[in-house]
Design a protein around this ligand. Sequence first.
Ligand code: OKP
Ligand code: ZN
Length: 346
Amino acid sequence: MLTVFSPDHIRHDPHVEMADGKLVPAVEIPRRAEMVHFAVLEAELGEIIAPDPLDRALVEQVHDASYVQFLESFWQRWLDAGRDPNVDDTFPFVWPTPGLRKVETRHLDGLMGRYSFDAGTPMGSGTWQAVSASAATAQTAAIKVSEGLPHAFALCRPPGHHAMPDAYGGYCFLNNAAIAAQALRNGGAETVAVLDVDYHHGNGTQAIFYNRSDVFFASIHADPMDEYPYFLGHADEIGAGDGEGFNLNLPLPIGTLWPDYANVLSHVLAQIEAFKPDAMVISLGLDTFERDPISQFALKNDDFKTLGAALGGATVPTVIVFEGGYAVDDLAVNAVNTLTGFLDGH
Ligand code: OKP
Ligand code: ZN
């Protein structure tokens, strides 16, 4: 399997994040991608290439141009505002929640709130370089699949599935999976299915495609009544307008083990097959693992082989996009198990 990877991910190097109501050591760290990169090399899964430059017009098909501009210009604005140039991590703290206005303020604190939805997502001096490389990774993998490859692995970091049309959050800035799906559409696929198997609901991907019937979004995740992102990902969200019936959420309880997960997965895969997509994007989070430090499902190392084989059973051109997974010492084995399982099933 072709892997697309950029070493520029290290430019996003957070040290702390907001969790459990206080600042704690960051978990979305460069070592995550390094572990998966090393594993793909060791397992000799195939060629590893660097991404082509990011296509801004493609990004603006799934994100607001003003939001992308904010991300790109953030660090210069931080410096222009006279703020500490040596700080590793910056955080928003005020948001235009319903009833307040999404004003494009002159003040940076207003702008940071305008373009984010949580305080759990540190941004620093090199974040844009890493984020644009991550999005370019998804774009390049999708173009390779459009050009005829049966599958490709976009080793993205930072992840993307929480990123909204105009807001960052959940360690995500640009929505890599949505960019891959849109690139597949532009490359000739009339219909694309996005299957999100990250432990957390992919609220950003859902929001981006919620009113569209050309992209079917399906997600299996921890019940948002009990887990981040709380305010999206519930089972009654089925799409709207033209998109009604093209959004499927399968929330599962905390503690879910592989047998229950597998049942729901085969149901979702049948729904996707009925949609008859021309291409597929898999948002691959490895945080369903039993020892993930921020998650509470209980898949074991070997379960990822079975997961991969089930995902590979859908013989449609597929882009696999790396999302979450924070048990860094197990990321290598879980990634390789999933990818080799996928190849066996394909
Ligand atoms: C990103 B991805 C844990 C705080 C959790 C947000 C989690 C974002 C997950 N106490 N903060 O979907 O893996
Ligand atoms: Zn996750």
